[in-house]
Design a protein around this ligand. Sequence first.
Ligand code: PEP
Ligand code: MN
Length: 334
Amino acid sequence: MILVLNENYEQKQFDNLISWLKSKDFELHVSKGLESTVVGLIGDTSSLDTDMMESLDIVKLVKRVSEPYKSANRKFHPLDTVVEVGDAKIGGGNFSIIAGPCSVESEQQLCSIAESVKKSGAGLLRGGAFKPRTSPYAFQGLRQKGIDLLMAAKEKTGLPIVTEIMDISHLPLFENVDVIQVGARNMQNFELLKELGHTDKPILLKRGLSSTIDELLMSAEYIMAGGNEKVILCERGIRTFEQKTRNTLDLSAIPLLKSLTHLPIIVDPSHATGIAKLVEPMSLAAAACGADGLIIEVHNDPPHALCDGQQSLTPEAFDDLANKVRAILPYAYK
Ligand code: PEP
Ligand code: MN
């Protein structure tokens, strides 16, 4: 971190700043020029708040030269992290598809979708039991019963289960869930992230609706700082001025994240676009630009789905998509 000091500071202010920084164990490099004085801080500055530093009278400008995320940073961990879930592997050149309904609705619905996506090559089954809905009057999910049905589908098909947690108090219900999803709306629920950092479950962390890439990485850092290194990042579209699609899929985030972090990154083209016919082209684009996997909503009867039918693929359309994605994987950007 570099501090540029205001001109005409008083010696006492300077001495106070230097002794405070030294008390925090930073090695300091002071360079006094004709017009300005620059203080370079050497050491782990991740706990320093740049806004607080900039608010000091003597400080004109603060510039971070290294990222505040350490565990997630590729600089300190050059090799790709591979998250293994049952037979599925995500990251490090392994591509996995997570597929299933937006919400668990019934045993018959879930099991028929699970069987068909498995046949098409999905490695994991998704399904929401606790649903974050904009309206409190919309279907909220089957909750505990939904988790039970997911377990039954896992028993039948052998597919590991991915499902969303919305509150720390529900954690005991997730004991047999294979991957815990943190949805876009909870990406910055820091207490939840800290608690998940103390579990040994893989966490699928979705990018917040209006979150930057750095914010996503800092949220991953929250989980990893607690000791859980099994984090899978998910680009699921961000809010922009565009109204024709549900969100705007930020595909550039994929190769960019690959350079910044060793964590696997998957793409959710269903929530990113909100339109079933855009799911296949965006899936192909995501695979082509180096994503480690996809999470796709599939429903046996999209027009009658209790949630997100408009963006759900039929099992047949999913089968088609999976074949096309596999065909382009050898040419994907690495
Ligand atoms: C979901 O995957 O079911 C979901 C609600 O997605 P997001 O958190 O990305 O909106
Ligand atoms: Mn959905």
